[in-house]
Design a protein around this ligand. Structure first.
Ligand code: NAI
Length: 350
């Protein structure tokens, strides 16, 4: 009998990529594609399935985990790198959580670079003008990236590629990471600094750290007060890395230069959906959209052909390993909060 996968928050491009690989890799799972987000109310849709596949704005909280465990679901396969939407403690011992630790760090870093270039040179605004046959360039002045300082918070896979890209523009690079990579620093010339120094010196700050207890609202009123008044803040990490109210206050008071956001604190209700004919009740999101110096994209950093292929490939293999009783190489462990599980040597995590 075909194994059954409950797939939440489905978009047409998911079906296209997953159906093709499901067939081509020979898994031939029966995949039920649900448009709904995974929540305590929609968890029931997964009854009778062997595994659940969830995305970034699905809520894998303790209630959801309790329900999925009742339905004898033993695996949640996240088709994302981030896992901040999962209550790992509640999952521990009840349900395995796997993720896609790497699918294309280039996709996200290149999108962060696109945000910098568009925001700085205002190509998105220039495009509206020229389409309207308005060839005036008033208000579109940018600055040279060359010799400016970029501060990178988080020098993992994406942060490192971002550093390489920005080096190409001749920028000075500084970085903060609790686990600095001295070999990488030696090779690239990036200088690790304290967070305070990074806030103080950077012309552009780009966030590439995971969302966790230490990084929650790492950009807040206090950290903004340490920054240059024309700093550009780029967030392709997670929305909650920024205190949105503090960002809006700083934008209103011209205490920061601009912000490029691919993620937003309360994005789960809106991002990936078409609200063009509906009333949006989130006043902070609407306020952000009014600033000429804010550029928002809808969590599309990951969205390249290559990344989608890799996401589907790893997700289907993760599910295959679970169903075959093999070791879960991409398990996210509550104890380690990492992938792979660092307690592997001590035996199984649970
Ligand atoms: P990674 O795990 O390779 O690197 C994360 C780095 O952040 C590590 O070097 C880690 O030491 C560092 N870090 C941990 N705590 C920190 C702290 N308190 N301050 C500064 N750095 C800290 O992760 P990767 O693949 O580079 O992804 C980074 C984040 O990007 C993900 O956690 C995810 O939230 C986000 N992301 C966004 C996507 C999008 O479509 N916009 C797609 C993929 C990832």
């Amino acid at each position: 009998m075909k194994k059954k996968i409950a797939f939440y928050d489905t978009k047409p491009y998911d079906i296209e990529v997953f159906d093709t690989l499901n067939k081509n890799l020979g898994f031939n799972y029966s995949i039920s594609y649900f448009r709904e987000h995974l929540t305590a109310d929609t968890a029931i849709l997964s009854r009778g399935h062997n595994a659940v596949c969830a995305f970034v704005n699905d809520s894998v909280d303790s209630k959801v985990i309790e329900k999925l465990s009742q339905y004898k679901i033993g695996l949640i396969a996240l088709r994302s790198a981030g896992y901040n939407n999962v209550d790992l403690k509640a999952a521990y011992g009840n349900i395995h959580i796997v993720r896609v630790p790497e699918y294309s760090p280039h996709a996200v870093a290149e999108h962060a670079a696109a945000l910098i270039l568009s925001l700085n040179r205002k190509t998105h605004r220039a495009s509206y003008r020229t389409k309207d046959r308005n060839f005036n360039i008033n208000g579109l002045m940018g600055f040279d990236l060359y010799k400016k300082t970029a501060g990178i918070i988080g020098t993992g896979k994406i942060g490192k590629i971002m550093i390489e890209i920005l080096k190409g523009f001749g920028m000075e690079l500084i970085a903060f990471d609790p686990h600095p990579d001295s070999v990488f620093a030696g090779e690239t010339g990036v200088k690790y600094a304290s967070l305070d120094e990074l806030f103080k010196k950077s012309d552009i700050i780009s966030l590439h750290c995971p969302l966790n207890r230490q990084t929650f609202q790492i950009i807040n009123a206090e950290s903004i007060s340490k920054m240059k008044p024309d700093v550009m803040i780029i967030n392709t990490g997670r929305g909650k890395l920024i205190d949105t109210k503090a960002l809006i206050d700083a934008l209103k008071e011209k205490r920061i230069g601009s912000a490029g956001l691919d993620v937003y604190e309360e994005e789960s209700e809106y991002f990936f959906e078409d609200f063009s004919n509906q009333i949006i009740s989130d006043d902070m999101l609407l306020r952000l959209l009014t600033f000429p110096n804010v550029l928002i994209t809808s969590h599309q950093g990951f969205f390249t052909r290559e990344a989608m292929q890799n996401i589907a490939d790893t997700t289907l293999r993760n599910i295959g390993d679970y169903l075959a009783g093999k070791k879960l190489v991409n398990e996210v462990c509550y104890r380690c909060e990492d992938t792979p599980c660092r307690r592997e040597k001590e035996g199984k995590c649970f």
